[in-house]
Design a protein around this ligand. Structure first.
Ligand SMILES: Cc1cc2nc3c(=O)[nH]c(=O)nc-3n(C[C@H](O)[C@H](O)[C@H](O)COP(=O)(O)O)c2cc1C
Length: 435
């Protein structure tokens, strides 16, 4: 099975309901106590690339070959069928959906069923699962595998939002080594019945004194995962500062026998080249850098195939992409134009970053009610405004300061769960089951 660039047009997808995971991420994004003077703060250093092209072999995940070793990071509220299609049309890679919680999936909540849907031409079909308990994990994976609903499964151990870590989930979980291993084992056991590769995505650890990535990476490798992806930040770092690529290099070195994927602060094809040069990873995982820039996947394919060309869209092309994104979202949300247009609003600032688009149009777009109004507003911009260069580049999306991690009582005292934590974890699975 290969994942090359795909260019066919999307059929409509039946997709009612709201996206609970987006709410989970969005509502918690600004939460948590900020740390004013963080003596713990550890920043990575990123040198520039020394080349404008790369030579990396395709990424092999069990039976799947990903021709261009690039992964669209799962992003709740962003990486739905609409956005994945836009990105896929520019370049090859593995395009992961928004995370879905195991409990809600087992319960077949309509929103979760919407999240795991793929367009018929989407190959491979990738699903990211969030879970805090092995029994529910096994149930969810069994369902996905027996009903032939995915070709690749990723496990989320990277979520830093307080609502999740406070219950021991996401990036708090690998600290509890037995629990972590039991979840990975449950997923790999069920998925291997149909030869579906499982990967894990994690952070460096909870904070500088509680780093888990090496232990967790080795444990996951020993349990049979097909690859490990590391976001070079701790829970405490949240989305602040600079990702520690040095630790991605450390993990690459520690796991010579499986692919290691690097994640964090890739804003351009040049950053991807730099990360591969500096860490030796087998592939790169791109999150915020493609928000409002699905053509980044075209740049990445060019870089990985040895071409120096990059997409430098004028404002007309940006506006056309924004409109098409909105149209695709109408399909994603089962024809619900109101919902789709509400969703596209958060993308507007990303698409127009660096372009001289007046505040009047931006304000009107922030409340745009339907496709007809969107078309009208976009017709009012000067399509010939050229690519603005550096102003359109660099960091975008979520950022901010480090935050003191919110954890269950006594979580850091031991790497094993105590009785109270075991009971709490069981409840936590239920607690985030809105989607
Ligand atoms: C809006 C948003 C939603 C996210 N949702 C998820 C998610 O559902 N699952 C996950 O593992 N990571 C999630 N992440 C983290 C990203 O996958 C990625 O690890 C992180 O943004 C760092 O990569 P970047 O520097 O390329 O953005 C999310 C990030 C953002 C900004």
């Amino acid at each position: 099975m290969t994942a090359a660039a795909q260019t066919t047009s999307a059929p409509a997808v039946d997709a009612p309901g709201v996206d609970p995971n987006a709410a989970l991420y969005a509502k918690s994004a600004g939460a948590g106590r900020r740390i004013a003077d963080d003596d713990q703060l550890h920043e990575g250093t990123h040198a520039g690339p020394t080349a404008d092209r790369l030579t990396l072999p395709p990424l092999t995940l069990g039976p799947i070959t990903v021709d261009v070793p690039v992964v669209l990071a799962p992003m709740a509220g962003i990486t739905n069928t609409a956005f994945r299609r836009l990105c896929r049309e520019y370049g090859g890679g593995l395009y992961v959906n928004e995370m879905v919680t195991a409990r809600a999936l087992v319960e077949r909540k309509p929103e979760s069923m919407r999240i795991i849907r793929h367009d018929p031409d989407e190959v491979p079909r990738s699903v990211q699962l969030y879970s805090v308990d092995p029994v529910t994990t096994a149930g969810a994976v069994r369902m996905l595998v027996e009903e032939d609903r995915c070709d690749h499964l990723d496990l989320n151990f990277g979520c830093p939002v307080p609502k999740v870590t406070r219950r021991g989930g996401g990036s708090a979980l690998p600290w509890k080594s037995e629990l972590f291993a039991s979840i990975v084992k449950a997923a790999v056991t069920e998925a291997s019945k149909k030869d579906i590769p499982v990967t894990v995505k994690m952070r460096r650890g909870i904070d500088e004194d509680h780093l888990t990535f090496l232990d967790a990476g080795r444990a996951a490798r020993d349990l049979g995962v097909a690859a490990v992806a590391l976001h070079g930040r701790t829970t405490r770092q949240f989305y602040s500062g600079t990702a520690v690529w040095e630790d991605i290099a450390r993990l690459r070195e520690a796991l010579p026998d499986i692919p290691v994927l690097g994640n964090g602060d890739i804003w351009s094809a040049e950053d991807a080249i730099a990360m591969v040069e500096q860490t030796g990873v087998d592939g790169v995982v791109i999150g915020r850098g493609c928000q409002g820039r699905p053509w980044l996947f075209g740049d990445l394919q060019n870089a990985f195939e040895g071409r120096a060309e990059r997409f430098r869209p004028n404002l007309g092309m940006v506006a056309d992409t924004l409109y098409r994104h909105a149209e695709l979202l109408v399909d994603t949300f089962g024809g619900d134009e109101v919902k789709a247009l509400r969703d596209i609003r958060k993308h507007v600032a990303w698409y127009f970053k660096g372009y001289p688009v007046g505040s009047q149009i931006r304000t009107a777009l922030s409340t745009v009610p339907d496709l007809a109004t969107l078309r009208q507003l976009l017709d009012g911009i000067d399509r010939d405004i050229p690519y603005p260069g550096p102003d359109a580049e660099g960091p975008r999306g979520r950022a901010g300061a480090p935050k003191r991690p919110h954890l269950p009582d006594g979580w850091l005292d031991s790497r094993e769960l105590n009785a109270e934590q075991k009971a709490m974890i069981a409840a936590a699975e239920l607690d985030v089951s809105g989607g």
